[in-house]
Design a protein around this ligand. Structure first.
Ligand code: HEM
Length: 195
């Protein structure tokens, strides 16, 4: 096991000995977080004008396929979470913050799903390739339909604002608990080897 240093402990918000998410839950959380960090800026950049065609194509391929991986990981996460409830929050946490945390977490699940599913529908109903799934021979789950593709595109473009707001709230709350309060909330999800 990696040594626990005072600085790594401070970042995690408390000693790592309290109840924590399981290694699987923590692994899924951080892999999805990294995938979102990678795919969101590419999604925003790739729809801007001025790219050379090969560069833009590469960004689309990256964004679409990482998006599908996120969708699969989120399904896995949801099933895992329903079977393995999260560890309790510290008793010191006020009821209002418990409710806010619970609401933000479920809203994040909902909006990440909405983004991934609307992206999938936008591409497949629009008749565009989805390289990874196509290579595996996975058939389209939606019919070819330009109207449906346009509606999915509008949902994808609008729901991103809800996602940005939720990520801001989520990271802000984590920073508040991990750096200001140091009350053990963040250490429940912090990578164990580092905390
Ligand atoms: C959680 C996963 C995802 C996130 C957070 C995400 C985020 C974004 C963002 C922020 C944009 C820019 C929207 C704009 O400026 O109008 C975008 C565009 C786009 N995304 Fe995603 N996306 C996700 C999953 C997917 C998936 C799974 C696909 C397809 C399989 C996909 C396909 C697209 C396409 C085609 C565009 C360009 C929209 C258009 O103009 O047609 N995305 N995405």
């Amino acid at each position: 096991m990696a040594p626990v240093t005072p600085s790594s402990r401070a970042l995690a918000g408390s000693a790592p000995s309290g109840p924590a998410y399981t290694p699987v839950a923590r692994g899924l959380h951080w892999v999805v977080a990294l995938a979102l960090i990678a795919t969101i800026p590419v999604g925003v950049l790739m729809v801007m004008p001025g790219w050379a065609r090969p560069t833009q194509d590469a960004m689309f391929v990256f964004h679409k396929n990482i998006g599908v991986v996120i969708l699969m990981l989120m399904i896995l996460r949801l099933v895992y979470r329903l079977l393995n409830p999260p560890p309790p929050l510290p008793a010191s946490l006020p009821a209002s913050q418990r409710v806010a945390a619970e609401a933000t977490h479920w809203a994040l699940y909902l909006v990440v799903f909405l983004m991934a599913v609307s992206g999938y529908v936008r591409v497949k109903a629009g008749g565009f390739p989805l390289e990874g799934l196509d290579a595996l021979g996975v058939p389209s789950l939606v019919p070819r339909d330009d109207g449906l593709a346009e509606r999915a595109k509008a949902i994808h473009a609008t729901a991103r604002f809800a996602l940005f707001a939720l990520i801001f709230l989520h990271v802000g709350a984590a920073a508040f608990h991990g750096i200001v309060k140091r009350d053990g909330v963040v250490s429940r999800m912090w990578p164990r080897g580092a905390a």
